[in-house]
Design a protein around this ligand. Structure first.
Ligand SMILES: O=P(O)(O)OC[C@H]1O[C@H](OP(=O)(O)OP(=O)(O)O)[C@H](O)[C@@H]1O
Ligand SMILES: Nc1ncnc2[nH]cnc12
Length: 182
């Protein structure tokens, strides 16, 4: 992929707007066409893996469920470990948990307390940044585990919902990068 503009254009062409899903007033960004396109999917995963290496991450966190689809292959390609942050009730053992609200609902996410070594550098990967509630909850969990946030990589940012400003206090110097911003 020759430039970030080319990557954004390739991906944007494969994201479908679905009005009034899952609730009236929400325009849902459906990434199924992108995932089904071998060139777009590979280009996105390669980009995430390259950023992970550049940021020195040793673990990539994926946020259930769509974040898993991007984070797991990126971790493999980057030579990093993969850590699932899951919706409540899916992980065994000792957990940290965090309730949050997102654009169209509310939920609780959890992570295993021993998922990271102390001070380990962690990259968070997800598909869509809307209100920022989901990523904010994930950052709180990672910090509670004693790990360091190396950065956040999200494929698409819905700027009008203010997620970036909300996350700034938790990020410090760590970058929040999105391939597409609308
Ligand atoms: O910025 P926010 O307002 O928090 O919204 C963004 C989150 O919403 C979606 O996840 P969802 O909870 O719908 O789960 P899914 O991946 O299982 O579809 C998306 O994959 C992000 O994780
Ligand atoms: N509009 C949206 N489209 C897809 N995923 C989302 N997560 C939160 N808001 C979303």
């Amino acid at each position: 992929m020759s430039s970030s503009t080319d990557l954004a254009a390739l991906l944007a062409a494969k994201i479908r707007d679905v009005p009034d899903y899952p609730k009236p007033g929400v325009v849902f960004k459906d990434i199924a066409p992108l995932l089904g396109d071998a060139e777009a999917f590979a280009a996105l995963v390669d980009h995430l893996a390259a950023r992970s290496r550049e940021l020195g991450a040793t673990k990539i966190v994926g946020l259930e469920a769509r974040g898993f689809i991007l984070a797991a292959p990126a971790a493999y390609a980057a030579g990093a470990g993969f850590v699932p942050v899951r919706k409540e009730g899916k992980l065994p053992g000792e957990l940290h948990r965090q309730a949050y609200e997102l654009e169209y609902g509310s939920a609780v996410i959890e992570v295993q307390t021993d998922a990271f070594a102390p001070g380990e550098r962690v990259l968070v990967v997800d598909d869509v940044l809307a209100t920022g509630g989901t990523v904010e909850a994930a950052l709180e969990l990672i910090q509670r585990c004693g790990a360091e946030v190396a950065g956040v990589e999200v494929m698409m940012e819905l700027g009008f919902l203010g997620g970036r400003a909300r996350l700034a206090p938790l990020l410090g110097d760590a970058p929040l990068e999105t391939v597409i911003a609308v």
